[in-house]
Design a protein around this ligand. Sequence first.
Ligand SMILES: Nc1ncnc2c1ncn2[C@@H]1O[C@H](COP(=O)(O)OP(=O)(O)OP(=O)(O)O)[C@@H](O)[C@H]1O
Ligand SMILES: [Mg+2]
Length: 263
Amino acid sequence: MSFVTVRDVFQEYDGRPIIERVNLDVAEGEFVSIVGASGCGKSTFLRLLLADETPTRGRITVDGGRPAREPGRERGVVFQKYSVFPHMTVRDNIVAAESFPKGFGWFRGAKLREARARADEVLERIGLAHVAKNYPSTLSGGMQQRLAIGQALHARPRILLLDEPFGALDPGTRLSMHEFLTQLRAETSMTVFMVTHDLGEGFKLGDRVLVFDKTRWDPDYPERYGATITYDFDARDHGIPYQHILDKIPSLAAQSDPAPAPD
Ligand SMILES: Nc1ncnc2c1ncn2[C@@H]1O[C@H](COP(=O)(O)OP(=O)(O)OP(=O)(O)O)[C@@H](O)[C@H]1O
Ligand SMILES: [Mg+2]
């Protein structure tokens, strides 16, 4: 049964088509990786899924409901550029992730102590326990990104949107974040959409890998047409040797950039 349903979605900015005719059915609990050339509209598509923007045409529904008009608590996001609360300590950033979605404001007393203990477990898992009392501005970019990921996961949204979440991490940290995400998925029935430039990562974590690309080109007017889903690969059980796909679609190889920046 379709949980996230995308029907004939178009998005334009100032009359310029970015994505066109996107149709998609995603079951609850599925992990969907999204790849495609820079600028083809992947982040735009995530913003539409988040209901941060309403599509120019078409509709996106969750669990058979009405199309959302604004981001709700059931949707969590890690943006391409990390965003954490700068005025809160690392630990309180994680506590906030748990307390805000409940809608009761801050935890107090014993509840706060328990929430802080749970936050410490998360910090342990993402390797930030030693900086729990620091402020985000004192952390490296990669550490702030890890904090943003920990925050989004700790809120346990029904739908998690990840925009190149591991791009800035060194290979070892990236692997431990993969493990953390995989464990949390096993504990919840979270549905995940993850944009990545690393095809190997997309196939390793995803149940499906979607490719966004333009199907039509106007050489005199390259911005005339938008991108759509051109491939929808089954990636379960690590079943697809994605290198074979690279042989078939060389344009994807150019988009795959597994070399991470140092943490
Ligand atoms: N709010 C906006 N107003 C106008 N144009 C926009 C807006 N948001 C995105 N665009 C344009 O839409 C196109 C797609 O942008 P988007 O950020 O979705 O690409 P992307 O696939 O995520 O690229 P990257 O891989 O580089 O992150 C770009 O040309 C961008 O300039
Ligand atoms: Mg983007």
